[in-house]
Design a protein around this ligand. Structure first.
Ligand code: ADP
Ligand code: MG
Length: 158
């Protein structure tokens, strides 16, 4: 991808703020959430859905593979492929029907487990846990110049 942007999230409040920013600037597309267990992929997703206006629970779809949402007419699919044994299981669970949904937002935890069964990412969000308990280093990778400009304005403008 063409651009990458690193930022430090000092605590969950920073993560929530980033989620709101993402909710405002990414309307649809495929997002990969990469990071170890406990990095904060589900936490970021939860704040993102809340930023879009979701008020109910956000369950981790570890066993169901996917949790679908419709939030203010926006379709969102939250995948967690951690427990996927074989990418072909995605065919069997009907992933194509999900992927055919127009204008939807697709969030993938553990995308590497989906191999060729899942589409290429528009945005990759890598979250790294640091020594300090609540600190996370995030690297965003993407191709959109508009998104790059928005990030600069939000995070680097004085
Ligand atoms: P993952 O989905 O990557 O396995 P989770 O989101 O389930 O991770 O868990 C992340 C844990 O780290 C949660 O208990 C959350 O409260 C905690 N946490 C602490 N600081 C942060 C932060 N800055 N951002 C996200 N989560 C944080
Ligand atoms: Mg998770």
């Amino acid at each position: 991808m063409q651009y990458s942007f690193k930022l430090n999230l000092t605590n969950e409040q920073d993560t929530q703020k980033l989620a709101s920013f993402l909710g405002q600037h990414i309307a649809q597309g495929v997002i990969y959430l990469i990071g170890d267990l406990g990095a904060g992929k589900t936490t970021l997703t939860r704040y993102w859905l809340q930023a879009l206006g979701h008020t109910g629970a956000v369950k981790s779809p570890t066993y169901t593979l996917v949790e679908p949402y419709t939030i203010q007419k926006q379709d969102v699919f939250h995948f967690d492929l951690y427990r996927l044994n074989d990418p072909y299981e995605l065919e069997l669970m009907g992933i194509r029907d999900y992927l055919d949904t127009p204008n939807a937002l697709f969030l993938f935890e553990w995308p590497s487990k989906g191999a060729d069964e899942i589409p290429q990412a528009d945005y990759v969000i890598q979250i790294e846990k640091m020594d300090d308990e609540d600190l996370r280093q995030v690297t965003l990778s993407f191709d959109s110049i508009d998104f790059q400009n928005a990030l600069n304005q939000e995070y680097t403008a004085g």
